[in-house]
Design a protein around this ligand. Structure first.
Ligand SMILES: C[S@@+](CC[C@H](N)C(=O)[O-])C[C@H]1O[C@@H](n2cnc3c(N)ncnc32)[C@H](O)[C@@H]1O
Length: 242
């Protein structure tokens, strides 16, 4: 199915730059947030939490890999590496925040692949890897172009890989339902649920979990958006275009 998507390129570039600059300020960031905190904060898929999904995926013959988008100091990826030594663990952060954790993670000896760059270009930054699980906690909230970041994550999933992303979209319940139906008609399994606790900035945030359909390489993202200035940072409010 072909979907028309509005794509004003100059605006997208400006938003990327603004959101990247905004991401350099993280009020109240707790560098000690760990794997158990992630397990509590992330959406589940078919009732399974992140830890259960890693355990399930890493039980098979194939090597398992996990990516944390906006991994901060890296405490959660450290937790995954320690609890599941056979899993290949990666993280991406806008700035190098490793020094905030005492002692800091040691990317060489602890076998953690920590890369620095813009989440909105994750697919380029991890051009050499694909993942069974992709997660993100308190990072999407900073992004100007969330649909683009979701699209990048989907691209990086292995066949049947799953991404769990809270605060992924600023849409209404009705739009979330439409979106879920739209993806399910394409046999892309998703779970979209409202996060009732996060209504800061007057926006509703919908958590999303998506499983990659191996037949569909590029996730259709039927969105338009409105730009809203907030405290000097321009936010986007999305509208599902179906
Ligand atoms: C508040 S910290 C959260 C860290 C960790 N996920 C946690 O929950 O403890 C925000 C993280 O998102 C990253 N981030 C936000 N926007 C980003 C962007 N556009 N590109 C890269 N990283 C970004 C920051 O660099 C940082 O690592």
């Amino acid at each position: 199915m072909e979907v028309a998507i509005e794509k004003p390129l100059h605006k997208i570039r400006r938003f990327r730059k603004q959101s990247f600059e905004a991401a350099q300020r993280y009020p109240g960031y707790d560098a000690t947030r760990d794997l158990d905190d992630y397990d509590d904060s992330l959406p589940t898929f078919k009732g399974k939490t992140l830890i259960q999904l890693i355990a399930e995926k890493s039980n098979g013959e194939q090597a398992t890999s996990v990516l944390d988008i906006g991994c901060g100091a890296g405490n959660a990826i450290l937790g995954i590496a320690e609890s599941f030594p056979s899993v290949d663990v990666s993280g991406i952060s806008g700035t190098d925040l490793r020094g905030l954790l005492k002692p800091p993670i040691r990317t060489k000896t602890q076998n953690l692949d920590y890369r620095i760059g813009d989440i909105q270009k994750t697919a380029n930054i991890f051009w050499d890897k694909k993942f069974d699980l992709i997660v993100s906690v308190y990072a999407f909230i900073y992004l100007g172009d969330k649909p683009n970041a979701i699209r990048q994550c989907y691209k990086l999933l292995k066949p049947d890989g799953i991404m769990l992303i809270p605060e992924a979209l600023d849409i209404t319940q009705e739009e979330a339902d439409k979106l879920q139906r739209f993806w399910s008609e394409m046999e892309i399994e998703t779970e979209i649920g409202c996060n009732p606790e996060d209504k800061s900035l007057g926006l509703k945030y919908f958590n999303i979990a998506i499983k990659k359909n191996p037949e569909i390489e590029k996730l259709p993202m039927p969105f338009t958006y409105n730009a809203i200035p907030y405290n000097g940072v321009v936010l986007r409010q999305y509208e599902v275009k179906l």
